[in-house]
Structure formats: C-alpha cells, structure tokens
Design a protein around this ligand. Sequence first.
Ligand SMILES: C[C@@H](O)[C@H](NC(=O)OP(=O)(O)OC[C@H]1O[C@@H](n2cnc3c(N)ncnc32)[C@H](O)[C@@H]1O)C(=O)O
Ligand SMILES: Nc1ncnc2c1ncn2[C@@H]1O[C@H](COP(=O)(O)OP(=O)(O)OP(=O)(O)O)[C@@H](O)[C@H]1O
Ligand SMILES: [Fe+2]
Length: 548
Amino acid sequence: MSSDTRILGIEGTAWAASAAVFDSATDDVFIESDAYQPDSGGIHPREAAEHMHEAIPQVVERALEHARETSDGPADEPPVDAVAFSRGPGLGPCLRTVGTAARALSQSLEVPLVGVNHMVAHLEIGRHTADFDSPVCLNASGANAHLLAYRNGRYRVLGETMDTGVGNAIDKFTRHVGWSHPGGPKVEEAAKEGEYVDLPYVVKGMDFSFSGIMSAAKQRYDDGVPVEDICYSLQENVFGMLTEVAERALSLTGSDELVLGGGVGQNARLREMLVEMCDQRGAEFHAPEPRFLRDNAGMIAVLGAKMYDAGDTLALEESRVNPDFRPDQVPVTWRADEPELAAGRGAEGEQQVRGAEALVDLSPDAGRVTKRREAKTYRHPELDDRLRRERTTLEARLTSLARREGVPTPVLSDVDPREARLELEYVGECDLRESLTAERVRDVGRHLARLHNAGFVHGDPTTRNVRTSDRRTSLIDFGLGYHTDHVEDYAMDVHVFDQSLVGTADDPEPLREAVLEGYREVGDERVLERLEDVEGRGRYVEDSADDA
Ligand SMILES: C[C@@H](O)[C@H](NC(=O)OP(=O)(O)OC[C@H]1O[C@@H](n2cnc3c(N)ncnc32)[C@H](O)[C@@H]1O)C(=O)O
Ligand SMILES: Nc1ncnc2c1ncn2[C@@H]1O[C@H](COP(=O)(O)OP(=O)(O)OP(=O)(O)O)[C@@H](O)[C@H]1O
Ligand SMILES: [Fe+2]
C-alpha cells in the first residue's frame, strides 16, 4: 500500500448505516455508525432503506469532518483520495440508496469511486488486522455463511450454507419465541443457563444447512423444552458445524491460518470453538475486534484503499449495485502474490497424517492404515461421541458397500465404533490433490454415479478423499456418507467434489467438465440437471423479514 492513502468508506447493505475514514499511513480507522432497529419482526427492506436515506448523510458528514480535522494536505484539496462503497450483496433498496450517495460524493469531492464487495471486505479486514498472508476465512454473518480461500486471482467459495445465513437462521428462531431483533446476542445470553438437548447436525463436505436444525429447534420450543436448553444446543450444533467445516477447509487447502468475519463472529462461544480447533491442529486463529466484525464501513474503507492503490476504481456508468454480488465474482486486483498450496503428502514420507477429522497411521509397506477419529474438544462431548461413533460405523459400512458396486475402496480389516477406530487397506500412491488429471477426475465422476445408482452418497468427495495410482482411482473416507434416494443429495455430492476442484486445481475448468463426462456415462441425467440448480441457487441475501 502506498505511504498515505485516505479513503472514505460507506456501508449500508442491510442494517448498519455507516461511514468511515481509513488512513493507511497511521492505520487509523474512524467509524461512525447508526443502526436500524426494526419495531417488530426482522429487517424490513423498505424501512431499512428509509433508515439509510436519513442516516447516511449524517454519518458521512461526521466521517468527513474527522477526515478534514486529521488531514495535513492543503485546505482546498479533498480530504480523502476516493469514496469506497458496498456494492453488494445486500438488500436492493438499501444498496441503491447508498450507491446514490456514494456517486454524489465522488462527484462533489472530485475523487474516484471504488466498488467493494461486502463479503470480501468481511474477509479482508481480518487479513489486514491479523497480518496473515493467505488465510482461510470463515464468514459468519447475518445473511451469509461461507468459507473462502484465495486461489488464482479469486476468493474461492470452498463451502457455504445451502439455505439461510447463520445469523438469519438464529434470528428466525428468536422471532418464533417472540424476542426482538437481532436474536444472536439474546441466544448467546440465554445459552449460559442451558443444558444440551439433541438437535440435527448437518454438514455435507464443506457445505452445511441450517433449515433442519431450525425447524427442530422451533418444534422443541413448542413442545415445552426450556428455551435456554434450546439456545445452548443451537449454539453447540450450529457453531460446531461451522468449526468443523473450517477445519476441513484448513485441511484441504493446507493453510494454517484462519480468520473470522461477520456479525455472528462476535459470539464468544463460536470464537472459543475456533480457537480450540486451531490450537488442536497447530493453526493460527484471528478474529478482528467486534467493531470490524459486525457490518461497518471501516472494512469497506480498508479494502477500498487496497483496491484504490491497485487502480481498481469504478467509472460512474458502471457503478450499479448488485444485490447478489458473490465473493468469487470479484477479480482480486490488490494481491500480487500467489501463495503456494502447502505441500501435501507425497508418495512416501510421513507415517502419520492429520486429516480434518482423524489421525491416520500409515504403513504402506505392510499395506495397512489405522484411522482414529480423535475427540474434538471444541464440541460438546455428547455430540462429539455421537458423531464419531456414527461416522466410524458408516465409514465401515459404506466403504464395503461401495466396493460391491465396483468402486475401488480400501478393504476393511477391523472396526471399533466405541474407540472410533478403523483398520483399512493402504490404497493408491498419492492423493488426487497431488495427481490431478482429467482421466482420474472422470473416474471419480463414474464412481460417484455408481454410488448414487446404489442409493447412497459419499458425503465428502474432495481431492483429498481420492487416492490414485497408475492402475486405479480409489475413494476413501466415507464417514459423511448416507443412504438416500433424493436426486438433490446426489447433486450435492457432485457439487461438493466440484467445489473441491475449484478450491485446489490451478486450472479447474477442464477438470470440472471431466467429472460431468464421467458421471454422464454411468449416472442419471436428472442429477446433472439438478446440479445446475444447486449451483445457481440464490443462497445469499434473502429478505430477512420473509417470515416475520
Ligand atoms: C450482506 C450484509 O448485509 C449482511 N450483513 C449482516 O448480516 O450483518 P452482520 O453485522 O454481519 O451480522 C448480523 C447478524 O449477527 C448476529 N449477531 C450479532 N451478535 C451476535 C452474537 N453475539 N451471537 C450470535 N449472533 C450475533 C445477529 O443476530 C445478526 O443475525 C452479511 O454480511 O451477510
Ligand atoms: N486407506 C488409505 N490408503 C492410503 N492413504 C490413506 C488411506 N486412508 C487415509 N489415507 C491418507 O490419510 C489422509 C487422511 O485420511 P482421511 O481422509 O480418511 O481422514 P479424515 O480425517 O477423515 O480427513 P478429511 O476429513 O480431512 O478428509 C488421506 O487424505 C490420505 O492421504
Ligand atoms: Fe455483513
């Protein structure tokens, strides 16, 4: 970053009318915010936009005042170098109000306009304050929940919610019990008095879904289960899921840095779980201070400065807002570096591997592998026991079932569910991640189709859960698999593999094509049709007042 860049940031995607000034010379971030508080129910887009209309000019004025007071340039020069604003994702009416304000300011101050993706800003503020090089980022905000990692000029979505954002999910539960918006802090408070009750827990590779757990939580409440028990268990399961997928993303990318972003990141229990998970696997964790976690213009100004320095400004006529702006649509102009993927395990070498879930002892010479799912201390012990036992049993069963369907998998020699331990045949020479070719990926497409034709899914098909040799391509690690006859589940399975290609391959496009080719040879065309649906799903930014 150049020695002194000063940026005015404006944020107004949903509830926070906020303006900020970032000064790169001092690293100082001045933030002025005015929150919209709905009288009842969730966020009403039109009311929120009215709030923006009233509050934005005031917070901007305060920020500019600060910029003028702290500027040492000539009085007739503008106090900032550019105006950065949230272009999306967010609520359309809010975004348009803020976009209009930003354009007007850029013209009256005669400085360029910078269009910032709000989700990338949630991520970059953590990278900035942690001074990490290439972290995995967990964004846990109201309308979103996803894992991002940088690769080849973009932030790739490694995993995400298949339905609502994590904050919105929690807020819907609190609306059901009659608590005012936002619900997250109230759940956190109530959870302190709670005890664990069983609720669904749904992860699919690095994707996850909240709808099942939220309906179960509402049902429990209607059945008279104490609300503090539900709040406690909601936090344990929902944050346990986020922590698990974050660990899986670290394992897949080989990164040892994790940053947290988004308003739900203010939750102490979520942070505690992430700290513990990172400690356990020797990774570094960073969460920015709360004022940078919840929606704020500071993060917009900080990323705006990086973009401005990279010459990434917007002409007025192309500055339209985008309510569905996805983080992976943003060309990352401000990062020159292309960090190497941490070297994975080669053909020989280490005798013990730490996966996302298990410690795996390898004896290639003896042709044997021992896999033990360690206790995850960040998880509630009851939940942890249940998951490790279930997954070990499933892995044993589905590994054998798959082989009967003609899919190469390790032969199972022993299983002990209570100890969460498996003994398996050593297969392949290296992980697919290190040996990606179109032919092997096509094999995986065929293999997945065979499983689906037999009525089950792998559950976590990634480039680390495929072993390769000159002779064959084998699937391992069936612990997240399950029996199902839903086309949707099959499509998700293919989607998980597709996302892992995007996350780990240098040139994913031909490989993505090859998966589909392989699948098409053996599988049901309807699954591929549904896949397009899954990929195009508008998972972001729903109207949060939809069931208010
Ligand atoms: C697109 C943009 O408008 C959107 N912004 C957003 O969702 O606001 P954010 O400030 O990142 O997050 C708000 C959410 O954060 C939750 N929240 C706040 N404090 C919390 C806490 N202590 N525990 C759990 N959730 C909390 C609230 O309940 C609410 O759902 C987003 O980033 O997805
Ligand atoms: N049967 C096997 N033969 C050869 N190598 C294996 C075998 N099982 C596991 N491995 C090696 O150990 C690594 C971790 O194993 P596995 O994926 O089963 O553990 P995990 O903790 O469930 O991992 P993750 O959840 O990160 O996918 C694999 O990526 C692979 O390199
Ligand atoms: Fe946000």
